[in-house]
Design a binder for this molecule. Structure first.
Ligand code: ATP
Length: 355
């Protein structure tokens, strides 16, 4: 029996509602499969925890998380209790940075039964692989002088190690999918970092002769994600470009409530973290309106990460059979509750041909 030890951090707002639902689903997946088990260890770190203890997590919080196979996170942030910069930097960003989660991965796929804002989205199924530790979001730079003499400098940092790493990761993912990688560039306007990005892309691609490649300037690429999303497989992007593209990906899926994400540690020293794209959504807390699919699809990404890709596909199929039947929450135009959608997915798992 394979046992996966998962650190659960439901966090704030609807995170507290959707994480237990996704755990129910994973337990059902394990039950149907028969040969594996999940052990969830829940950590109460959140804005409420901050009010009680003055910190988002204990001083040895990272030490506590380190031995786990993965971190399963809901949402962090409740601006009514704690300013966002404190809650984010005190928990989420610390975990991402200290655990060297250098890759961010967000799929975007059309699901049957879910209305995309695009008139004819076709069957798009893509994943954006974003560099998560450097690029345009480096902290190198500063401000000097004041008033009309004021100067602000923000340096973008592209290391060969970080750039090669994200590209190799993208090629490996593509090799398991449709064998096509698109590089998001802007070497016609950004004259140092982006020609370097292009050069590394070309060099890395030579190691993967079976994978088709293309480079697109970020402005055109953003437009193509709207006009022809079905033409993409894997998109590899720098930190800022990836940030923007992934929001378009979530938008064309139909609701932020279904979009999943993963922050991946690639050197195996620390656990990776799985968290949906949406935040704590304080406006819908406590009403049974939260769409659990983002968190459940995120659980599917965790299964993939554990090497259980067949089970991951099994779970995504069950999700899609439920959306196809119109069993969806209010954000997707339905009238079903968080609990009803989860239960319908679990029923589908038990009714499906076994894995
Ligand atoms: P945060 O500051 O934690 O990011 P937020 O409210 O600013 O919170 P989101 O939580 O991403 O940002 O929510 C944006 C909007 O999308 C809200 O109106 C929310 O109700 C809706 N929303 C987000 N997640 C879900 C979900 N899982 N189900 C239904 N609606 C959702």
């Amino acid at each position: 029996m394979k046992q996966f030890e998962v650190a659960s951090i439901p966090g704030d707002g609807i995170g507290i509602e959707v994480v237990p639902q996704a755990e129910r689903v994973l337990k059902a997946v394990a039950d149907v499969h028969g040969g594996l088990a999940f052990q969830f260890h829940s950590f109460p770190w959140s804005c409420q925890y901050y009010i009680e203890h003055g910190v988002m997590m204990p001083e040895n919080g990272l030490e506590q998380l380190k031995p786990f196979d993965a971190i399963f996170l809901g949402a962090v942030g409740d601006p009514n209790l704690v300013p966002d910069h404190i809650s984010l930097w005190g928990l989420l960003i610390q975990i991402r940075r200290e655990f060297e989660q250098v890759i961010n991965m967000r799929p975007a796929k059309r699901l049957d039964g879910i209305q995309s804002p695009l008139q004819n989205p076709k069957d798009f199924d893509l994943v954006v692989i974003r560099e998560n530790s450097e690029g345009e979001y480096s902290t190198v730079g500063g401000r000097i002088h004041s008033k009309e003499d004021e100067v602000a400098i923000q340096n973008a940092v592209f290391t060969r190690r970080g750039t090669e790493r994200v590209m190799r990761y993208a090629f490996e993912v593509a090799a398991k999918r449709k064998c096509f990688v698109t590089s998001a560039t802007k070497s016609n306007g950004i004259v140092h970092s982006m020609p370097f990005w292009d050069q590394v892309f070309k060099e890395v691609s030579e190691g993967y002769p079976a994978i088709k490649t293309e480079s697109q300037h970020i402005d055109a690429l953003a437009a193509f994600l709207v006009t022809k999303p079905a033409s993409f497989d894997v998109i590899v992007a720098s930190n800022l470009f990836g940030d923007i593209l992934t929001d378009i990906g979530a938008a064309i899926m139909g609701s932020i409530g279904i979009a999943p994400a993963a922050n991946i540690n690639v050197n195996g020293k620390y656990p990776s973290m799985f968290e949906p794209v949406h935040g704590s959504a304080p406006d819908i807390v406590g009403k049974g309106l939260a769409n659990p699919i983002g968190q459940i699809w995120t659980a599917k990404m965790m299964l993939d990460h554990f090497g259980e890709e067949e089970l991951g596909s099994f779970l995504l199929d069950a999700i899609e059979r439920v959306t196809r039947k119109g069993i969806v929450t209010a954000d997707l135009g339905g009238a079903h509750s968080t609990d009803e959608v989860t239960t319908a997915i679990i029923d589908e798992l038990y009714n499906a041909p076994s894995v």
